[in-house]
Design a protein around this ligand. Structure first.
Ligand code: NDP
Length: 455
């Protein structure tokens, strides 16, 4: 065999697993045809967060008036932002390739395709490997409505030649609400079109409601319970026709309607690797596919679609196969954040999920954060703890408000360690912060999930 371990895909999952395995002395090969670092580095988390930060400066400029700053709001230069973002992405992407080579992996800038369960065509070469891992990620999907080719997806939006003045975004998941904040913050008339009554299905209801209020307060035009029907073009302008007969005219129509695994052209049938209805590669709890020597990690398994989960899977798999001992990760309480404006962050069960399992105590607070007592911006922070009686273990923590992602990372450690509400209560706060509210939530808001009283 040419390699002990061959990795298909140089994104977050693939680069981590290849680098760690090579570090243990395995003969590693890795193939990536498009961009090192994958979606996260090139057209996902990293450039997205830079754009979020760009949009925040506009809000800071507005909010600063309440703190005595005077003068007109500075103008934003979209081309300068994109050029600066591209430089950073190029630097990071290069680093991802470099760390692989430094660890001793052989890098292929090519597509890989299975010829049989141990053989791959990698560009013009034919290679064999003892073990193979599929880490090919995913790509955006668009509903099949007429005129969909006139719209863009997240891959395109990072390279728009000019900042659109009017934007219609379809969906209300992570990408939709994040880009609603980016475009609105940079001054675009922004419409959010979504089929649910409130955004972010799957998140805690109190946060979802508060996010809808905050988006509207920032001037985003919300179109809840609405489906896109078709898109038409008039010159450079786009008209998004909605199911109720209304239409939105915009410079950009942007679908943020989910992502599906990348398996096209992989030749999985030649390797007898079984996939599911969403094209996901089916794996067991140790990331093995239907072929015990072929593994799959990250978005191609369509489980979490979160970069830190993908890298953790890659690391854990390399440790299990080549390391001195297996690595333990907690994949049950995975923290996650949506970099909307304001951001949302969460770990563990929502109130509704907890209520389905049995009784849960809910501690909820809503308040105006200190900055906005002077800024004049209409913005409330929401925090919630979900507690499981009788031991009082904290099984859910949720926040909408500035710094929520930074705060939630710390709470996720506490929850992974099994912290109880009593542990939160005996923790000293840091004053004055929003975060201290998580350790001063004294009043029980409600108990949910109690058995119904007999009639
Ligand atoms: P999401 O699954 O988060 O959201 C998809 C949205 O599209 C939902 O609002 C969904 O509505 C809607 N939708 C799906 N199909 C249709 C349709 N046919 N017509 C109208 N609306 C539709 O996907 P995203 O594209 O936002 O992001 C993909 C994934 O990437 C996320 O799930 C997340 O895991 C990851 N991601 C993570 C980020 C982070 O960690 N901050 C940032 C960005 C992405 P409904 O709710 O009704 O199904």
């Amino acid at each position: 065999m040419d390699f002990d371990y061959f990795v298909i895909g140089g994104g977050s999952a693939g680069v981590r697993t290849g680098r760690i395995a090579a570090g243990y002395g395995a003969r590693v090969g890795i193939a990536e045809a498009r961009f090192w670092g994958g979606t996260c580095v090139n057209v996902g988390c990293v450039p997205k967060k830079l754009l979020v930060q760009a949009s925040e400066y506009g809000q800071f400029a507005e909010d600063s008036r309440g703190f005595g700053w005077r003068g007109s709001r500075p103008e934003h230069d979209w081309a300068a932002l994109i050029a600066a973002k591209d430089r950073e992405v190029k630097r990071l992407s290069g680093l991802y390739r470099q760390v692989l080579e430094a660890a001793g992996a052989k890098v292929f800038e090519a597509r890989a395709r299975f010829l049989d369960p141990h053989t791959l065509a990698v560009g013009e070469e034919r290679i064999t490997a003892e073990r193979i891992v599929i880490a090919t990620g995913g790509h955006p999907v668009v509903p099949p409505i007429p005129g969909r080719e006139l719209a863009v997806v997240s891959d395109d939006v990072f390279h728009l030649p000019a900042m659109p003045r009017r934007v219609a975004i379809i969906g209300s998941g992570y990408i939709a609400v994040e880009f609603a904040g980016i475009f609105a913050g940079l001054g675009a008339e922004t419409h959010l079109v979504y089929r649910q009554p409130i955004p972010l299905r799957g998140f805690d209801e109190d946060l979802r409601e508060a996010l809808a209020e905050a988006l509207a307060a920032d001037g985003i035009v919300l179109h809840p319970s609405t489906h896109p029907a078709r898109i038409a073009a008039t010159g450079d302008a786009r008209t998004l026709h909605l199911d109720g007969g209304h239409a939105i005219t915009a410079d950009l129509v942007f679908f943020a309607t989910g992502r599906v695994p990348n398996i096209a052209g992989l030749g999985l049938e030649a390797a007898n690797v079984i996939t599911g209805p969403n094209n996901e590669v089916i794996v067991d709890s140790a990331w093995a596919t239907s072929q015990p020597h072929i593994y799959a990690i990250g978005d191609v398994t369509d489980r979490f679609q979160l970069t830190p989960v993908a890298t953790a899977e890659g690391h854990a798999l390399a440790d299990a196969l080549f390391g001195p001992r297996p690595r333990e990760y907690n994949f049950t309480a995975v923290p996650t954040a949506v970099f909307s404006s304001p951001p949302v962050a969460t770990v563990g069960l929502t109130e509704a999920e907890a209520a389905e399992r049995g009784p849960a105590e809910i501690y909820l607070t809503r308040f105006t954060p200190m900055r906005h007592t002077l800024s004049g911006r209409k913005r409330r922070t929401v925090m919630k703890l979900v507690v499981e009686p009788p031991r009082g273990r904290v099984i859910g923590a949720h926040m909408l408000g500035e710094d929520a992602p930074e705060i939630m990372q710390g709470l996720a450690v506490a929850m992974t360690a099994g912290a109880t509400k009593a542990d939160f209560d005996r923790t000293i706060g840091i004053h004055p912060t929003s975060a201290e509210e998580f350790v001063t939530l004294r009043t029980l808001t409600r108990t949910v999930g109690l058995p119904q009283a007999a009639e």
